[in-house]
Design a protein around this ligand. Structure first.
Ligand code: APR
Ligand code: ZN
Length: 379
């Protein structure tokens, strides 16, 4: 079938991306879903820093690649052997498929599924196929999702069904920002009653961590971001204190649990400095491999502190998404507030520019044009 999708053609193009156009929105051919695969009509997709990191080459992937890993949509068709899902059901894309057989899958979310990671690194679906074509060229899948498109074929293990009362935009953000940020607080950080939580970096991931912290009545929550506008929003959402990194370091602000959600070594260093002796620093940001931090091991010992790395917030999506959905339904997790703008697929390069500047929280691509503000349904 014909679809429209946003394809990254070259990594490392210079910004501004509205001028260099590293991502091209074009018509593509999508194969039918194979065995264990499904066809999903994408309703909403969030633009995450991990997409931008592929554009900039901080996280190199094979190109051409159809980007997007945080998305939700409606199942349109089931491939052979898919018996546990239904056409018409809303699903959340999960960018880390799980085989449930490897040692990593037995780690309860602590380490990423081994064959799932291999498939992701190679730009393939879980069983090896590539289903997207641009004429003679085959296009790589992004993390088994490729959600910046009108439709996607994904492995059955790359989705988690969600009830239809969860709006598509909220559902999309569950798949990355909420699992990564929220999981860092609950699973990796194991926040305790009476503790102080500090989040460094208030993008979609960090702000989700902040919201999950605020869902605990007995946890004091501090937001830190280099961009003062993020601090204003954090305060509106209920943060007890907010600081720029310079302010927090100058004042000696410290917390029991600190989440690093920037993805730069300088932010990691700040996060460690802002962790109280005896505390835990949880790192979820994904810096470039050659971006190295300076850190004294003596502080680990002398101050009895821990540094914890966490991929996807140590979440098992099928286990943890329902917990976050319950929190959202109870009114304790206002995920809608993370949506800073609704955009069209054709706005994608401008969206990456805004993310690079640190201006945007979650820009969400909506595929129902009628849902866009001020368009009156025109395409
Ligand atoms: N200290 C504090 N905040 C900073 C700093 C810094 N040194 N540098 C940048 N920031 C802030 C930005 O202003 C922005 O608000 O960090 C935030 C990062 O947000 P996004 O770019 O929206 O990133 P997000 O999508 O939330 O992802 C965060 O998690 O999954 C990983 O790859 C992802 O490394 C990235 C991280
Ligand atoms: Zn992401």
């Amino acid at each position: 079938m014909r679809i429209t999708g946003a394809v990254l053609e070259t990594m490392g193009a210079p910004g501004p991306f509205v001028e260099s156009h590293p991502v091209v929105v074009r018509d593509l051919e999508l194969d039918e879903p194979g065995s264990n695969e499904i066809l999903v009509r994408i309703e909403a997709a969030g633009v995450c820093h991990s997409d931008l990191s592929v554009v900039t080459g901080v996280r190199p992937r094979p190109v051409p690649m159809l980007l997007g890993h945080e998305a939700a949509g409606i199942i349109e068709k089931l491939g052979h052997d898919v018996n546990d899902l239904t056409v018409g059901q809303r699903v959340i894309m999960s960018f880390l498929p799980r085989c449930e057989q490897c040692d990593a899958c037995a780690s309860n979310g602590k380490t990423p599924c081994e064959p799932g990671s291999v498939a992701n690194n190679e730009g393939r679906l879980f069983d090896g196929a590539r289903r997207i074509h641009d004429g003679e060229r085959t296009v790589n899948h992004h993390l088994g999702v490729s959600g910046f498109a009108s439709y996607a074929v994904v492995d059955r293990r790359s989705v988690v069904p969600v009830a239809s009362d969860v709006p598509a935009e909220v559902a999309a953000l569950m798949g990355c920002a909420v699992l990564t940020g929220g999981g860092a607080v609950i699973n990796a950080g194991r926040v305790q009653p009476g503790e102080t939580l500090l989040v460094v970096g208030l993008g979609g991931v960090g702000m989700a961590a902040l919201l999950v912290g605020l869902a605990h009545d007995d946890v004091r929550v501090i937001g830190v971001d280099a961009n003062a506008e993020k601090l204003v929003l954090a305060k509106e959402l209920g943060a007890h204190e907010t600081y720029t990194p310079d302010e927090a370091l100058a004042l000696g602000v410290k917390a029991d649990l600190v989440i690093e959600a920037v993805g730069r070594s300088v932010a990691f260093e700040s996060a460690v400095s802002m962790t109280a002796p005896g505390g835990r620093t949880v790192v979820v940001g994904l810096p470039a491999p050659d971006d190295l931090a300076r850190f004294s091991p003596l502080r680990l010992v002398a101050e009895g502190r821990s540094v914890i790395g966490s991929y996807l917030g140590n979440c098992v999506p099928a286990r943890d998404i329902p917990l976050f959905v319950d929190m959202w339904r109870a009114g304790r997790l206002p995920i809608e507030r993370l949506v800073s703008s609704q955009i069209r697929l054709s706005d994608i390069n401008a969206a990456f520019d805004a993310l690079e500047r640190g201006d945007a929280l979650r820009q969400v691509i909506v595929f129902d044009q009628a849902a866009l503000p001020g368009t009156a349904g025109t395409p």
